[in-house]
Design a protein around this ligand. Sequence first.
Ligand SMILES: C[S@@+](CC[C@H](N)C(=O)[O-])C[C@H]1O[C@@H](n2cnc3c(N)ncnc32)[C@H](O)[C@@H]1O
Length: 460
Amino acid sequence: MRILAFEALRAVAERDAYANLVLPGLLRAAEEEAVRKGERFDRRDAALATELVYGTLRRQGTYDAVIAACVDRPLREVDPPVLDVLSLGAHQLLGTRIPSHAAVSATVELARVVLGDGRARFVNAVLRKVAARDLTEWLGEVAPPWDEDPEDHLAVVHSHPRWVVSALWDALGGDRAGIEDLLAADNERPEVTLVARPGRATPAEIEESLPAGAVLPGRWSPYALRLAEGGDPAAVDAVREGRAGVQDEGSQLVALALAAAPLDGPDRRWLDGCAGPGGKAALLAALAAGRGAELVAAEKQPHRARLVARALSGNPGPHQVVVADGTRPAWAPGSFDRVLVDVPCSGLGALRRRPEARWRRRPEDLAAFAPLQRALLTEALNAVRVGGVVAYATCSPHLAETRAVVEDVLDSPNAPAATPIDARPLLPALPHLGSGPDIQLWPHLHSTDAMYLALLRRTA
Ligand SMILES: C[S@@+](CC[C@H](N)C(=O)[O-])C[C@H]1O[C@@H](n2cnc3c(N)ncnc32)[C@H](O)[C@@H]1O
């Protein structure tokens, strides 16, 4: 399993692969190989490989600082595959309960197989130094003191790039405790949350179909269920049948708030302008069906539009999936009553889910998304009728992707006039919603992804 974890780390580093995509493929291949050889494939080994890969990637910033203190040359001069093996070893030593001697010997054995004897000796020497201290002692040694540089301190202790620490802290505001809790939450594995699509399944029915204790109630959404540790969504009939899906509660709340926003006049046509892969569209379509409304789900990428069609198939109400560029609308202006634009963004609100994402994103990415985000929100306002409601959502809390976009579009002479709606009363159960009118959810406060939501009513 350590070889498999190493291969996954190499794929992430060399091919820009996503760990959550590459790892299941490697595990499946390992299982097929075991079956072919008549050997047992142990699920606990698969869980260990997953933990090693995810933990090593998440904590890479911390481990790099520790390893740098244990080698006599700059890290950039250490061969990347050697560094991957060292990081895997550092994670076992500092981030798991694996006994030190077992962590060192298993990693040196891995190094022998994948790197050769010479480099295995180097790995052995470095890991013995790493093993001489525990994580707290190492952090005291390698993290810059808080008083000298709080952001650098947090970056090393909580393993985030400094610019991400800075951006998250700007968005969160507040003192040291809040940002520390947020960064720590980003390093935790999120629970798997299900949505029972209204009119098609209920949480109670799903719970009854499973062994006792397999699911817990959702925290905020009436349609949510949380899988108990180790639960597999594919084992849930309603998920296999498309009546339920895997969806973070933050995403459910965005759809629920848009559906709950007060509206005078007709409430017949809804648009999801950035629908792929279709999680929010499927919930919106089910909510729309419940009140006799139609959902149009638009997506620019044809392959993602196919995913939307799959997510919507079986929805009882009228719906359409269209391949369309939301900045060059294929629909008549003012023809919708409610519109969602869940725009492409940096994804800094979902770092819990994508362990490598924080290292891959660059500050320049923000500038690249900026014009598209403004154009999509402007066209969403064009698409909605006067008096109708637009929801602007991102899975990023970065202020450049959230409030700055909304404020710019509200101030723009090229966008239809609109006014913010206070979204907080629409989600009355949620604490920590700040001073409004928009909503920023947080992993450490709400146990959701850091989704952002602004609701705007078109006024002219
Ligand atoms: C954040 S994702 C939406 C996630 C989706 N709402 C869900 O819950 O599953 C943004 C989507 O917008 C699509 N997109 C990007 N540019 C677009 C455009 N100009 N018009 C329409 N869709 C676009 C992307 O391909 C991507 O699928």
